[in-house]
Design a protein around this ligand. Structure first.
Ligand code: T1G
Length: 694
């Protein structure tokens, strides 16, 4: 049973014991009920303490039981809480470390709460697209008041227990040993005559509840544009204010059941699990010993190298930063300092922390200074011969067991590893620009990359707060390989009849942060141009529209040249549709004898998104990605794919692979249809009525 029961001089202690965070799975829920009933029937027991073993009081409903029969099997959490609240003997919740979601709701059902400082208190359900489904929307406002409760419920953000010391949530904030404080408190209240206080009996006091609720609705409208859950949270709290506890509880249940079915909640839960699943590599046991990373070196102090170095410094890991020339090194350091100064100005960083972080950097021009590094990340020019020089030199100076990582975005990590006598220590760590901001990290696994190297880098990624996804070796790994097909379709559609502003508007309406042409103008059209030139050499068979080359030949590289697909005004980053470019596009179509036609927004979205899905399916088939959710995490964390759609592969599941297959076959029969080689996995899964994500 995932619950322990002990007695201590008249006090029964029920301890949740379901590692890692005492998720309220079926056996835990049943164990609590058994403990409460056992204590009721023991005349020697006057009070009950409910607490959690290990690293949490409780992290809430057991997410490993989501979407399984156990999740709704009695005793449900609502039943458990009713039994706790109905106990004739006082129940004292002893809270430490984490009380989240259903874990906090369980504590709210107790008669008293004693907390240790430093505990994370939250109702994060809204982040999963649902709402607290076991009374949180009714009991929390009665514990800490309407305003504080609504803030916590609608944001889902944890609040530290000591900050809630005077909120009315806790009867005591234990300064010493929590167990002793809880036992002493329990003995005190156990000696009192009942009935003991129930939050459900309290009223929600507020001078102008309706006014505040309206204010909350207005505040939420902006951030919850595509998400129904925040609005439902407010509805449920309002129901309790207006109609009393029982009706409020019933309404909360209705809202919970409705929300759990929404595509937005499915997408958010998918992202929640996907983030955790990404760190699990099928053939690398979770207990694989990791190497100690106490000292990092970064080669290259340019935009990428500087950003990469900041990630480690921000995590308190010293960095030796190597450049070939003093002025490049100075420039790199100045840029890092400038970035931190901007954070200080925005109040995101304390001034003293700036100097502490800068002090963690050891600049150098000598490879010899890298000899003690546990991890060396190179961020030099994206040319294989430059990488070769770097890795041959590293092979000479790096200590045995040092991990040698390349930040390459497209080059073959196996070829890079072969420049050393230690290919097992070589791995790709593909950061995304700006490297100190973007959450995505593609960890590229070479043929010989050792398992402990992978385990080490995945653990380190968590420490530097990156969403790390393992990719096999192929051109473009996961993200860039897929985006190449997306851009091909975007360019074909210009040739066939669309214009940049229409394409961008359509896909931004779908939810992308930025359409392909605005994105290209931001990144620099010359970058894509260089890749296409390489592509024409390597894959002459791959048919591309040359329309983007025509643009680049006029020097319109985007914002940095004052014009690209769009026109720009000095000091203004707004993208203005360009008549010059639109006319060039129309003229290009005529030259290419590509009769222009009206292309619907629906076709634009399907061709852009399904080109990602189709390439993603091939990436899965080739084993470059081990699971569809990894591909979704790449696109959610690194490419601005809308979170409420869950990523390209989940979106394809939502549309239905039968429909995706039909659409791809339709586009394959159109001009430029040779770009559509339907992935066999899509047809196979569609035929079985299945999706990518089970
Ligand atoms: N159930 C089961 N396992 C959980 C879990 C949970 N609720 N939360 C985390 N884990 C696992 C996680 O998968 C990982 O496993 C390990 O714990 C460490 O997690 C009715 C319906 C609790 C703050 O949303 O925010 O209650 O990978 O790496 O950084 O209204 O996990 O080691 O095998 O994140 O110390 C609401 C989600 C559920 C809390 C710990 N609860 N979890 O952070 O460790 S819905 C949540 C977290 C609900 C009720 C509704 C964090 C954490 P593994 P970790 P951490």
């Amino acid at each position: 049973m995932a619950v322990d029961y002990t007695t201590h001089d008249g006090v029964a202690v029920i301890t949740l014991n379901n590692p890692p965070v005492n998720g309220l799975g079926l056996s835990t829920r049943a164990g609590i009920v058994e403990g409460i009933e056992r204590a009721q029937n023991d005349p020697g027991i006057e009070a009950i303490v409910l607490t959690g073993a290990g690293k949490a009081f409780s992290g809430g409903a057991d997410i490993t039981e989501f979407n399984t029969p156990k999740a709704t099997q009695e005793p449900t959490l609502a039943t458990v809480i009713k039994i706790v609240e109905g106990s004739a003997k006082p129940v004292v919740a002893a809270i430490h470390s984490v009380a989240m979601g259903g874990g906090l709701e369980l504590a709210l059902g107790a008669h008293y709460r004693v907390a240790a400082p430093g505990a994370q208190i939250a109702l994060p359900e809204v982040k999963l697209g649902i709402l607290p489904g076991a009374g949180g929307t009714q009991r929390l406002p009665r514990a800490i008041g309407l305003e504080a409760a609504l803030n916590m419920i609608v944001s889902g953000t944890p609040v530290m227990s000591e900050k809630l010391a005077d909120s009315g949530l806790f009867d005591e904030l234990a300064q010493g040993d929590l167990a002793e404080a809880a036992l002493a408190f329990a003995r005190k209240v156990g000696a009192k005559e009942g009935p003991h206080p129930k939050l459900r009996d309290r009223r929600i006091e507020h001078p102008n509840a309706a006014g505040f609720i309206q204010f909350a609705r207005n505040s939420v409208a902006a951030v919850a544009k595509h998400f129904p859950a925040p609005h439902k949270c407010i509805d449920a709290v309002e129901a309790g204010v207006q109609n009393g506890f029982d009706k409020g509880l019933a309404f909360e249940r209705e809202c919970f059941i409705a929300l759990v079915q929404t595509p937005e909640s499915r997408a958010l839960r998918h992202a929640f699990f996907g983030e955790r699943a990404a760190s699990k590599i099928p053939d690398v046991p979770s207990d694989t010993p990791v190497r100690d990373i106490n000292q990092v070196a970064v080669i290259g102090a340019g935009t990428m190298g500087g950003g990469i170095a900041m990630n480690f410094i921000n995590a308190g890991i010293p960095v030796t930063l190597l450049e070939t020339r003093q002025e490049a090194l100075d420039r790199g350091l100045a840029t890092i300092r400038k970035n931190y100064e901007a954070s200080v100005r925005k109040g995101k960083l304390k001034p003293e922390a700036l100097e502490q972080r800068m002090a963690l950097i050891t600049p150098t021009l000598s490879y010899d200074d890298l000899k003690n590094a546990d991890l060396i990340v190179e961020a030099v020019f994206e040319e294989l011969d430059v990488k070769e020089q770097v890795f041959r030199r590293l092979d000479e100076v790096a200590k045995q067991g040092a991990i040698l990582a390349s930040n390459t975005s497209t080059l073959d990590v196996d070829r890079i590893a072969a420049f050393t006598k230690r290919p097992q220590d070589v791995v790709g760590m593909h950061f995304f620009s700006p490297a100190n901001v973007m959450k995505l990290l593609e960890v590229v696994r070479g043929r010989e990359t050792a398992k402990d190297v992978l385990a080490t880098v995945m653990k380190l990624a968590k420490k530097i707060r990156k969403t790390a996804v393992v990719s096999g070796v192929c051109d473009g790994f996961i993200g860039n390989r897929m985006i190449e097909q997306y851009i091909r379709q975007a360019l074909f559609m210009l040739e066939e009849g669309a214009l940049p502003a229409q394409v961008d508007r359509a896909i931004e309406k779908f939810g992308f942060a930025m359409g392909p042409f605005r994105m290209s103008d931001l990144a620099g059209n010359d970058i894509g141009w260089a890749i296409r030139k390489r592509r024409y050499q390597e894959h002459p068979d791959m048919h591309y529209s040359k329309i983007a080359d025509r643009l680049c030949e006029t020097g319109r590289f985007g914002q940095k040249t004052g014009g690209g697909w769009y026109d720009y005004k000095a000091g203004d980053r707004t993208a203005y549709p360009s008549k010059v470019v639109d006319d060039m596009i129309v003229a290009f179509s005529k030259e290419a004898n590509a009769g222009r036609r009206k292309i619907s927004d629906e076709e634009i979205v399907e061709r852009l998104v399904f080109s990602l899905v189709n390439e993603g399916a091939k990436i899965l088939e080739e084993g470059i990605a081990s699971k569809a959710s990894d591909i979704d995490m790449v696109y959610l964390a690194g490419y601005g794919f809308p979170l409420y759609r869950g990523g390209p592969m989940l979106y394809a599941d939502t549309v239905g692979l039968y429909n995706v297959e039909r659409a791809i076959r339709r586009y394959a029969a159109q001009p430029n249809g040779d770009a559509w080689q339907l992935a066999s996995g899509i047809a196979a899964l569609a035929a079985q009525g299945r999706g990518f994500n089970g």
